[in-house]
Design a protein around this ligand. Sequence first.
Ligand code: DGY
Length: 328
Amino acid sequence: MTRKNILVFRELPDDQLARLQAAHEVIVANPRVAAQRPAFDAALTTAHGLIGSSFPIDDALLARAPQLEVVSSVSVGVDNYALSALHARGITLCHTPGVLDETVADTVFALLMATSRRVVELATLVREGRWTQNVGEELFGFDVHGKTVGLLGFGRIGQAIARRAALGFGMPVLYHARRPVDFATQAPELQGRATHTPLDELLARSDIVVAMLPLSDSTRGMIDAKVFGAMKPGAIFINGGRGATVQEDALLAALDQGTLRAAGLDVFATEPLPAASPLRTHPRVTPLPHIGSATHETRHAMAELATTNLLRALAGEKPLAVFDTASA
Ligand code: DGY
């Protein structure tokens, strides 16, 4: 088989890099690192395949990659890619659905528990030597079990969160999605436990609202002042999807006006979160550095799937997970 040129634009585990090197010519260059940028730019001009994540592959960049056949993203989200240009050029876009669902659901649940029970705030109190007497009411948290959770977005990850909530914590689950799920054929364990609900009703009834929305033209900035204003007073807001689905000024206003009790955020409109962002230090925000899928096991599984996708696509075989750029 002809050896092709692969540009790896974010570190891959050694075993996956070795799979690529066995079949193709491989350059590893991270464009986020200034010293590696010239190598990245040079490799782009002859690359047949790109593999990596967390870097915008936009129209201008694609124009500098005339030989490109495949982009294999080590992520499930595809908001970093110029989908129309990929489609117009017939470049295959692969991604990694399925292998990260349970891990991202764990992260979201960690945020849900941490915000409700004030875990970070109270751990900080102990670390700083301020635990000098039994904590009083002003530091009590709120129960998670039995509370109503409202999910915005109900794909595989949303359903994994719903299973934890409904089966583990006895929480009624409401979800808002384009279509109701047919529990006879999908996630039957959620039959009778998760209810397709109009947005306004979900917001008004949920004690905890969890956003798991992909970023697209229709979801950008969708969680705005009106949405926060429609939430139950004292609700908790969690975002494990994409930061730019939320209008962050409106989120801050809802926290400061007391509409929201707290927010747990794994994603932000700009990442890494700028030092000046009030979300970084807000006392009622638990911020995480986009670690939804960041466990050893899951990041390896994602890298392995992305590598397999790329090798198959370059060999003219069907990759295991192709994103349909025509649908975007
Ligand atoms: C994804 O795969 O899109 C995640 O956000 C990466 O952690």
